[in-house]
Design a protein around this ligand. Structure first.
Ligand SMILES: *Cc1c(COP(=O)(O)O)cnc(C)c1O
Length: 422
């Protein structure tokens, strides 16, 4: 497989962008390879600058639930472009999209459209703090909520200590109010509430974690979060940027029958364009400007082209009646074959991660035990054999509706080939 053109482009890119990329994981650092530069993508396939073809299990990290360049979404986008790329003013498509979102996430009585998951999560936390007039939030090790200052904390200094920022450039003060608990560990949450209960504005959680690899919630975990937040007058925020419209049409909240106070959406909701949303109970969202004193704004918020893509994608989700059954069945095929080949797999619907540890992965500590060198070897082998999957252990494989049974079968054969060699 020749990747000369990608190598040359990567060299050029490094003269202009830090590490040659616009988002760090794209640099392929953790698998020790040169990143592939992508020329185009269609359906389940992605094509690099050298013309190599791959079955794509990254799907732009989730948005492409119908695969790449879906014709229905493309034509909606093209039509919207003709009418102007941005207005910075109200338009009817925003209402259509908000109505669609609310139909499937009825707890989002009022919602805001923004441009990225980072912005949506940051704004939801601000609304929660404004509404409760409290400062502290609880987040979980290994959960990702975008790169805003106060949420950029995953590895801290143990229970009941203020979290230390993960990134340089984040003043310690910005994360002082972020309490770091352990995923699937109700005791770690209980301890915080017992000590700081009346100061905790919200608990923010990925209801099925997918940013430490896929780690589904343990039985009773989300139920406990719902109960304890109600008890202390704190809000529960579900970050469904990955799980929204993926685990079910109403996301993880619907799948697990838990109703949060605020929901954060991104990725799928934008149909491949920069669009995200946050929303929740009316009285909470009424704190947001211009109704209330929580400020949040955006030049490109509700951008008409992005909204058209989101509307087309959600409309297609609504009319594709076998979407979630098909995704789940293909996910089960892949999971079955991986497990037969001896791999340790976590799966929830169309999200799946292979871990290289003998332990069951239930939280960040157990995810971290995975042998990342072995993951790199596995991922490199897949790439060499035309399978494009996340260039990092702590991510999910994403299935789309356009992955055919043949795509999955071929992928299973490649994986079995890898297992035989090792
Ligand atoms: C991707 C992601 C975000 C951030 O979204 P961006 O659009 O990349 O800013 C936030 N939360 C979760 C759960 C995500 O997976």
């Amino acid at each position: 497989m020749n990747t000369g053109r990608s190598k040359q482009l990567y060299n050029d890119a490094q003269s202009f962008m830090p590490g040659g990329v616009n988002s760090p994981v794209r640099a392929f650092k953790s698998i020790g390879r040169t990143p592939l530069f992508i020329d185009r993508a269609k359906g389940s396939r992605i094509f690099d600058a050298d013309g190599n073809e791959y079955i794509d299990y990254v799907c732009s990290w989730g948005p492409d639930i119908f695969g790449h360049a879906d014709p229905d979404i493309l034509s909606a986008v093209a039509a919207a472009c003709e009418k102007g790329l941005t207005f910075g003013a109200c338009h009817e498509g925003e209402i259509t999209l908000a109505k669609r979102i609310k139909k499937h996430f009825p707890n989002m009585e009022l919602l805001r459209l923004v441009s990225s998951g980072t912005e949506a999560a940051m704004s939801a936390v601000r609304a929660a703090r404004g509404y409760t007039r409290r400062d502290k939030i609880i987040k979980f090790e290994g959960c990702y909520h975008g790169h805003s200052d106060g949420l950029l904390v995953k590895a801290g200094s143990g229970l009941l200590t203020a979290a230390v920022p993960d990134s340089a450039g984040v003043p310690k003060g910005y994360t002082e109010s972020t309490l770091l608990a352990r995923y699937n560990d109700t005791e770690s949450v209980r301890a915080f509430f017992e000590r700081f209960g009346s100061e905790i504005a919200a608990v923010i959680v990925e209801p099925c974690a997918a940013n430490m690899g896929v780690v589904p919630p343990a039985k009773g975990f989300l139920e406990y979060l719902r109960k304890v937040t109600l008890e202390y007058g704190s809000l529960l925020i579900f970050d469904e940027v990955i799980t929204g419209f993926r685990l079910s049409i109403g996301g993880a909240g619907k799948k697990y029958s838990i109703v949060p106070d605020l929901t954060v959406l991104g990725k799928i909701v934008g149909g491949g364009m920069p669009l995200a949303a946050y929303g929740g109970r009316r009285e909470i969202m009424e704190c947001v400007a211009p109704l209330g004193s929580v400020y949040q704004a955006g030049t490109l918020s509700g951008n008409p082209v992005a909204v058209a893509a989101g509307n087309a994608q959600l409309e297609k989700i609504e009319r594709t009646s076998d979407l979630y059954d098909t995704l789940d069945r293909r996910g089960a095929m892949l999971e079955g074959s991986l497990k037969n080949a001896g791999f340790n797999v976590n799966r929830e619907g169309s999200l799946l991660t292979v871990f290289f540890t003998n332990e069951r992965v239930t939280d960040f500590a157990s995810a971290e035990k995975s042998d990342t060198a072995q993951y790199a070897d596995f991922c490199g082998y897949l790439l060499d054999n035309g399978i494009y999957t996340a260039p990092s252990q702590f991510e999910a494989m994403f299935l789309s509706y356009s992955h055919s049974d043949e795509d999955i079968e071929h992928t299973c054969e490649v994986i079995e080939g890898y297992a035989r060699r090792h």
